[in-house]
Design a protein. Structure first.
Length: 482
């Protein structure tokens, strides 16, 4: 495994120099102070086990998994369970969020998004689950609707406060990804029109006492799109996307995205793509885990995707060719009309029948399919560090070999590695261990139905809020110590 670790380190260095050579990741110390009748210090290390102080069900996950980490309880929190966890949500005019949803037909030029933003962003209920899915908890969820889901989840958050002076962090519910989508494909709009809501939002925020108190350092915002869609430079050659991440004010904020820039200034954090599973009670989660744990998996590995002809650097053609030549691989060609890869039953059937699922980069390094496959208990095979390892650090174990396989994409592109041979080296015992690790991670990778409370299940939203609160405490603590 040491050779693999050397390879991933080499790839990380090359990726860093190619993408953003002048920027480095920042690692913040985590320091939390509490005062009641006496003073005491608590510190949280990178391998923190403070989840034992929480009543969450993350105890079912390995203690090494980042998704099991929770905020430590101070003495104050024992008298006030929301101490250190209060959130203030800005009550913005609905043109910044719900108004965008009402104009859902304008979000994409070729897709009617109205069915997908329904049901609080979960999309239509999936009723025909067959033998592939469990009977309840399933929807047809679009991968770009996380802003709607997250906003509806935060509306049910147990520690909201209308008193901004009491808040530990401030959420800005602007559906920036959906707004940006309205101007990205062939829309004849000027840059001024494209940025109108964004400019208006920050003109508003910068006049608010909540923003002025800390310069936005305790504020966070979420986008359901990739970082690459939100860093337009007006003086650059490309006019693609929005400019949220280029605003100087945003560099003080915490930004949550489905894909971050791991080599940026340290304020972007990747959270999982939404899958199609949104349980409304604990038993639905357990039933699904039991199902994928016991399913028969006749295929060693599989791939669901399409070739990318003319896409520089893509290894899709090589994956197609290797899979077609292997008797151990099952291929789902999403370019063929008869293969409806947007139907959960189709893709989940493939992933459930496979031990390993290939997850190459798409238009960007990450893809939703990685989360769909892990939801099915399939061990992901990554070919680029930025597809997972540098991204979802609040969610995935630091030791990537516990739950995934890494094969450098350069070796695949140059024909120096057989994916089949690599995967055949894993014993049944090793596969079983890795599969079980993936299955225990499922609760922290999904988003619960916002209409219900699941006290014993901590989902991707809960992990994200904990991460934001930890980061804000660190930033504000460091600022106060200067």
């Amino acid at each position: 495994m040491k050779e693999k670790e050397k390879s991933i380190l080499k790839t990380l260095v090359l990726s860093k120099s190619r993408q953003i050579s002048s920027r480095q990741m920042h690692i913040f110390p985590i320091l939390i102070s509490s005062v009641l009748s006496s003073l005491f210090l608590l510190f949280l290390s990178h391998s923190s086990s403070c989840s034992s102080t929480s009543s969450s069900s993350s105890s079912s996950s390995s203690s090494s998994s980042p998704s099991s980490l929770t905020l430590p309880l101070s003495a104050a929190a024992r008298t006030d369970p929301c101490s250190g966890r209060y959130l203030y949500v800005y009550d913005l005019p609905d043109k910044f969020n719900d108004g965008i949803v009402r104009e859902c037909r304008a979000i994409f030029p070729w897709i009617d998004m109205c069915p997908y933003v329904a049901n609080m962003g979960l999309g239509p209920h999936l009723t025909e689950t067959g033998s592939v899915l469990t009977e309840t908890g399933w929807h047809i969820t679009n991968q770009w609707v996380l802003e709607v889901i997250f906003h509806n989840r935060i509306r049910q958050y147990e520690c909201l406060t209308a008193n901004s002076s009491k808040a530990d962090a401030f959420f800005v519910p602007f559906y920036v990804g959906l707004d940006t989508g309205r101007h990205m494909w062939g829309h004849n709009t000027s840059l001024q029109e494209r940025d109108a809501l964004l400019v208006e939002l920050f003109q508003f925020l910068k006049l608010r006492p909540e923003w002025l108190a800390k310069g936005g350092r305790d504020h966070f915002i979420l986008s359901g799109r990739s970082t690459y869609d939100l860093r337009r430079e007006d003086n650059g050659a490309s006019q693609w996307g929005g400019k949220l991440l280029m605003l100087p004010e945003v560099k003080n904020m915490t930004v949550l995205l489905i894909e971050s820039n791991p080599w940026g200034n340290g304020n972007e954090f990747a959270i999982p793509y939404p899958t199609n599973f949104h349980p409304s009670n604990e038993s639905q989660v357990v039933a699904w885990q039991d199902k994928v744990r016991s399913t028969d998996r006749p295929w060693l590995f599989s791939f669901a995707g399409a070739r990318r002809p003319g896409h520089e650097g893509s290894i899709r053609d090589q994956l197609f060719d290797q899979c077609l030549k292997s008797s151990h691989c099952k291929l789902l060609d999403c370019a063929l009309g008869e293969n409806d890869c947007d139907t959960p039953v189709t893709t989940m059937s493939l992933f459930q029948s496979s031990n390993f699922c290939l997850q190459p980069p798409g238009d960007t390094p990450t893809r939703r399919s990685a989360f769909d496959s892990m939801l099915a208990g399939c061990i992901p095979v990554f070919f680029h560090p930025d597809s997972a390892y540098t991204q979802y650090k609040w969610y995935l174990p630091d030791n990537y070999s516990e739950y995934s396989v890494y094969i450098p994409q350069d070796e695949v592109r140059e024909g120096r590695v057989s994916i089949e041979e690599v995967l055949l080296r894993y014993s049944e015992k090793e596969i079983g261990y890795m599969k079980e690790k993936v299955i225990t991670m499922i609760p922290g990778l999904i988003y619960k139905d916002p209409g219900y409370k699941l006290e014993s299940v901590r989902d991707a939203f809960d992990v994200a809020i904990d991460g934001v609160l930890r980061r804000v405490k660190t930033i504000i603590g460091n600022q106060n110590s200067i």
